[in-house]
Ligand binder design. Structure first.
Ligand code: CU
Length: 590
């Protein structure tokens, strides 16, 4: 273990230095002593796998039922608290930031918010966090920096359809007790109309420049929009025992249990702390490192959310089990897709059924085979290549399994470019030093603060041709919209095209039509529905249909006004990229 380092670290860990940046800001930043990568890896490697039971995430209800049995709007107050969390039996308690209705009940991840389609949920998000962050951050990024201290937070409901003032705009941050608020903050309570069709969403922090550390610290939680009639008709495995979330996030720890986030950047003279990708060796599920779950020999539904900062997951099961994928992100598939493996970028959701009666084995491991960075980086090892274990009980238990995997699920507006009114070219750039170290990443060569260029008409359908000029995959996430990648075609000469784009920043002038004629990458069957995040492979162009309307109601307009301030954003969901600064504003117009 790293006891020598830890002793010094414990001595100095809570000291802070006053760093004056550009003579304007004085911030208390943690002092970090250098530890080697091997030191940090050793902490994960000492943890025995599959000794902690998978926690059941608590549920809170974002609606109420009146005397007549009708659904009525629900009112929730959910706080963000600093508390101690046990990630593993053999790891000391970890200081985290957690969502919950009280400090005592706050969990990693936060409680599942259950909502009813079309019934509004009011959430007052409260910040109870201390004056200083528990993780190092980087004031040289465009960052929410309060004048009087505190940890800025703002909650985004990922996949939600709602007016932009409730969207968790990166500048709508607030500190404890709303003492200080960001420039686009307007109100304490967000109202979610739950206009999105029934499906899987999640909520997480979105504060400018701090998203990567606020999520690593624990500020994530699941959100489900239900339609009881549809649930009854589908008859998928249900109830808190057989319908469960698996919220996956990779983490790295010091041997005193505290969360590790690098203190020193990869190009420290540009950004002293920022690093292009955070990867942890400990794979946590529902807040436990490599947990186990005892299951009955029957069908289970798992809503799997990748809440990692940068790690893609390529999930598979041992002992012959497969996934029947019923949904991707917030939507159902038209019919189940049986697959041996599922690739999830950060923020993507797979809604699956696993039928444990199809094996005679007594256990099955869920493993991860995704290279990092994806898809050309390092191969996962025996630590970050493991996720969790299912222990399959030998006998058959009550109640009998009457659930099913129906052959027809749910269909929405067909995916066609014919109804699109606007074609946009969206380009992803990576800026590097002479020695190929990334200093920042942009979309369309623009900063977040450059004037808004994407102003879609509310109710419309667009086509976005998204071109990835970098060497790794990026998960493109749009707020408000639902989207679907139709085809991916790679560039024949990425170097020439990238050089042209770096001088002209104009895909048409750089002959994208002639360039994007290379190899095609097929879209997996299990992603062929309306999503909110799509993967954009390196050196390729993805044709993405983007809908600013209701795909479950034949492209009907939103039941709320999506125009007006502060607007929405779209961004890469690798959080380290989003923070520096692969994010752009998006303003809806009438
Ligand atoms: Cu990215």
């Amino acid at each position: 273990m790293v006891s020598a380092n830890t002793m010094v670290r414990k001595l100095l860990g809570f000291l802070a230095v006053m760093v004056v940046i550009r003579g304007r800001l004085s911030e208390a930043l943690p002092v970090c002593l250098p530890v080697t990568k091997a030191d940090i890896q050793r902490v994960s490697q000492f943890l025995t796998m599959y000794v902690d039971e998978l926690p059941k995430i608590p549920t809170v209800f974002g609606y109420r039922v009146d005397e007549e049995g009708c659904f009525k709007p629900g009112y929730l107050t959910i706080g963000m608290f600093q508390k101690k969390w046990k990630f593993h039996r053999d790891l000391p308690d970890t200081t985290v930031f957690a969502f919950g209705t009280s400090a005592q009940t706050a969990t990693i991840p936060g409680p599942t918010i259950e909502a009813i389609h079309g019934v509004p949920t009011y959430v007052t998000w409260q910040n109870h966090l201390p004056p200083n962050h528990i993780l190092p951050w980087d004031p040289t990024l465009p960052t929410a920096i309060p004048k009087n201290g505190g940890v800025p937070t703002v909650v985004h409901l990922h996949g939600g359809l709602h007016p932009s003032r409730f969207d968790g705009h990166p500048d709508a941050w607030f500190t404890a007790n709303f003492t200080e608020t960001g420039p686009t903050w307007t109100q304490q309570t967000d109202v979610y109309p739950n206009a999105h069709h029934p499906g899987n969403l999640w909520y997480h922090d979105h504060a400018k420049g701090l998203t990567r550390i606020n999520l690593l610290a624990g500020l994530t939680g699941p959100y489900v929009i239900r339609d009881p009639d549809q649930d009854a008709k589908l008859n998928l495995p249900s109830g808190s025992e057989f319908d469960r979330h698996l919220v996956i996030a990779d983490k790295q720890f010091y041997d005193d249990g505290s969360l590790y986030m690098n203190c020193t950047g990869n190009v420290p003279y540009v950004h002293p702390q920022w690093h292009p990708e955070y990867y942890g060796d400990a794979i946590t599920v529902n807040g436990k490192a490599w947990p186990y779950l005892q299951v009955q020999r029957r069908k289970y539904r798992f809503r799997i959310i990748n809440t990692s900062n940068a790690r893609y997951l390529d999930l598979s099961l041992t002992n012959g089990l497969s996934f029947s994928v019923v949904g991707s992100d917030g939507s159902y598939l038209p019919s189940p897709v049986v697959t041996q493996s599922i690739v999830l970028s950060p923020s993507e959701i797979a809604d699956v059924v696993i039928d444990f009666s199809t094996t005679t084995a007594s256990e099955s491991l869920m493993n991860n085979a995704a290279r990092y960075p994806y898809p050309n980086g390092a191969q996962p090892d025996q630590y970050n290549g493991r996720v969790m274990k299912f222990i399959i009980q030998s006998s058959y238990f009550d109640p009998p399994d009457e659930s099913q995997i129906p052959s027809n699920l749910v269909t929405y507006t067909p995916a066609t470019t014919a109804t699109a009114s606007v074609l946009r070219y969206i380009t992803m750039y990576d800026y590097q030093t002479a020695s190929n170290d990334t200093t920042h990443l942009y979309i369309n060569g623009k900063k977040f603060t450059d004037p808004v260029t994407e102003m879609p008409k509310t109710g419309s359908t667009e086509v976005w041709e998204v071109i990835n000029l970098t060497s790794e995959d990026h998960p493109l996430h749009l707020h408000l919209a639902t989207l679907r990648a139709m085809e991916v075609q790679c560039l024949v000469d990425a170097t020439t095209f990238t050089n042209c784009m770096k001088s002209k920043n104009d895909a048409v002038a750089c002959n994208i039509a002639g360039q994007a004629t290379g190899r095609t990458i097929s879209i997996p069957e299990y992603e062929k529905t309306w999503k909110n995040t799509v993967k954009i492979p390196p050196g390729c162009k993805a044709t993405v249909i983007v809908k600013f309307n209701l795909v479950d109601k034949n492209d009907a307009p939103y039941p709320f006004d999506a125009t007006g301030s502060p607007g929405y954003v779209y961004h890469c969901h690798i959080l380290d990229h989003e923070d520096n600064v692969m994010i752009r504003p998006m303003m809806m117009v009438a």
